[in-house]
Design a protein around this ligand. Structure first.
Ligand code: GDP
Length: 528
């Protein structure tokens, strides 16, 4: 079994595609699935993204929940590898969901729009990747448009994303003059065709000095390519895989996802260099994938499609050993044993019951409320996987019950929704009042809608004047207690009874940090 675990682990690649909305994440996902044979036609991947900040859009998505569950994890085989793509919502109000999904992957592909370059969400997502040194491959998309100069794009990536880059392919012109990309590694020219539907390449192995290049792409573009490549070889070091695996260097590919161009080179580059499932930190020790005993953690919880059934789906990332259907596992937070009769795995547009899963795999577990985000399952060992923090919310509202007869439903609803990770629930030190913190406005509408539709409870929101919540600790417990007493109405507790300090502005937060050197303020809930 041990060697089996090792062999199965070695062929798993679990990653996420991330981007600022509209850069081409959904399109790229779909093309990768086409190459992997997981889908037959374009358009099969339903995006679960929300174009506008409108509740109606979200509700439409809710109706399609079954689909978004299916697209949460997409698995396909390529080159004898089992590739798991974890979907992340693009909308910024759901950023926390994305951040948590990033805790369950071993690497990411970041998509950049060559016209827009680095955008707001790109930066935030990369910050999260850097927290765990997640290896990043960059795909610069939409080369069929008049984009920015590729060297300028690379400079911007290095500057704004704080990572070194190394081009692996290079575009020959762009926009209406786009001829193709030159693979700097293989020394091959891939010719661009609009709406390439076939999977075969139109490709020419060619040295740059060859005069055939001028014939193929024209004198001007051939000269430009030679000049660019000379510059690249002069400026950038050769690709260093270890630096990539350490999260210090991002290889860059160019292409046009909608035209199915540059995608195969990206996929093959990914298969060559991306990491297999890696060791994961817990509160006690590091867990290695090849360990005999199973372990895993829940990184996402999804409400079920059918509102008459209150069950949910928990997404479990397997970290070590073999997960087996029907076997009892230890739920470490609740200290109880649980088993799953019909765990399932995901394909592009369906899900099916699985008998076993290996490190890197994600299994879906039907859950009736036993799980919270971050919960760990083991074969008996007491440990808790780390690196699944809550992030400091930025918008805060008090929950007001509009129907006193339904307060039980409201309490239960808000508890379950916050366990799902839709938002964070806090209780004020003074008066025991409950309020909710999120990173986006849209969540409040979603919560209100779901409380009413799934729990039959009506509520309204009263905005609160805070802009940041920081978890607070101190080496000296007396100092912490004193600070909490002094700050009264600015102290609340999170769902695990950890104290948080509520600030009305960044300035207020800074003042309090300066004036209270004994207190540590944390922007995420995990600090050790
Ligand atoms: P997402 O929000 O990142 O998932 O982006 P989508 O995959 O939905 O793409 C956003 C828009 O960009 C869609 O209209 C796509 O058809 C378009 N798009 C994606 N890739 C390309 C490309 O290579 N060239 C051009 N011109 N448009 C593209």
């Amino acid at each position: 079994m041990q060697t089996n675990i090792q062999a199965e682990t070695a062929r798993r690649r679990t990653f996420a595609i991330i981007s600022h909305p509209d850069a081409g994440k959904t399109t790229l996902t779909e093309k990768l699935l086409l190459f992997g044979g997981a889908i037959q036609t374009a358009g099969a991947v339903k995006s679960n993204k929300i174009k506008k900040s409108a509740t109606s859009d979200f509700m439409e998505i809710e109706k399609q929940r079954g689909i978004s569950v299916a697209t949460s994890v997409m698995t396909f085989e390529y080159d004898n590898l089992k590739i798991n793509i974890l979907d992340t919502p693009g909308h910024k109000d759901f950023a926390e969901d994305t951040y948590r999904t990033l805790t369950a992957v071993d690497s990411v592909i970041l998509v950049i729009d060559c016209v827009k370059g680095v955008e707001e969400q790109t930066e935030r997502l990369m910050e999260v990747c850097r927290m765990r040194d997640t290896p990043v491959i960059i795909f610069i998309n939409k080369l069929d448009r008049e984009g920015r100069n590729p060297f300028d794009l690379l400079d911007e990536l290095e500057e704004k994303l704080n990572i070194r880059v190394r081009p692996m392919t290079w575009p020959v012109n762009m926009g209406s003059e786009f001829k193709g990309v030159y693979s700097l590694i293989e020394k091959k020219l891939y010719f661009f065709k609009v709406n390439k539907t076939k999977v075969e390449d139109d490709v020419l192995p060619i040295e740059l000095e060859d005069s055939l290049l001028d014939q193929k792409v024209g004198d001007r573009d051939a000269a430009q390519l030679r000049e660019d490549v000379e510059l690249i070889e002069g400026v950038y070091d050769t690709f260093d895989r270890q630096a990539y695996l350490d999260g210090k260097l991002a290889p860059v590919f160019f292409g046009s996802a909608v035209n199915n161009f540059g995608v195969k080179e990206l996929l093959e580059g990914f298969c060559d260099i991306s990491p297999e499932p890696i060791a994961r930190p817990t509160d006690k020790r590091e867990v290695l994938p090849e360990e005999k005993n199973f372990s895993g953690f829940v990184f996402k919880i999804h409400a079920n499609l059918d509102p008459r059934h209150r069950d949910r789906i928990a997404f479990l990332r397997i970290c070590s050993g073999v997960f087996e259907r029907g076997k009892f596992y230890h739920h470490t937070r609740l200290d109880k044993n649980v088993r799953f009769a019909s765990p399932f795995s995901f394909m592009a547009d369906s899900k099916s019951v699985v008998e076993e899963g290996f490190p890197g795999d994600v299994v879906g577990l039907y859950d009736t409320g036993t799980f919270k985000i971050g919960d760990t399952l083991t074969e008996g060992e007491e440990l808790q996987f780390q690196g699944i923090p809550s992030f400091s919310p930025e918008i805060f509202k008090e929950l007001v019950n509009l129907d006193p007869m339904k307060s039980k439903q409201l309490d239960k609803g808000i508890q379950q929704l916050t366990d799902e990770g839709v938002a964070q629930l806090f209780t004020l030190e003074l008066g025991n009042r409950k309020f909710v913190g999120t990173v986006g406005e849209l969540q409040f509408e979603v919560i209100q809608y779901r409380l009413e539709n799934e729990y039959g409870a009506k509520c309204r929101w009263v905005p609160l004047n805070y802009t940041k919540a920081c978890w607070i600790t101190a080496e000296n417990p007396v100092k912490l207690a004193e600070f909490i007493r002094l700050k009264g109405n600015q102290i609340a507790y999170d769902k695990d009874q950890n104290p948080v300090f509520l600030a009305e502005s960044d300035w207020m937060l800074r003042m309090n940090q300066q004036n209270n050197p004994d207190i540590q303020f944390h922007l995420t809930s995990e600090f050790k």
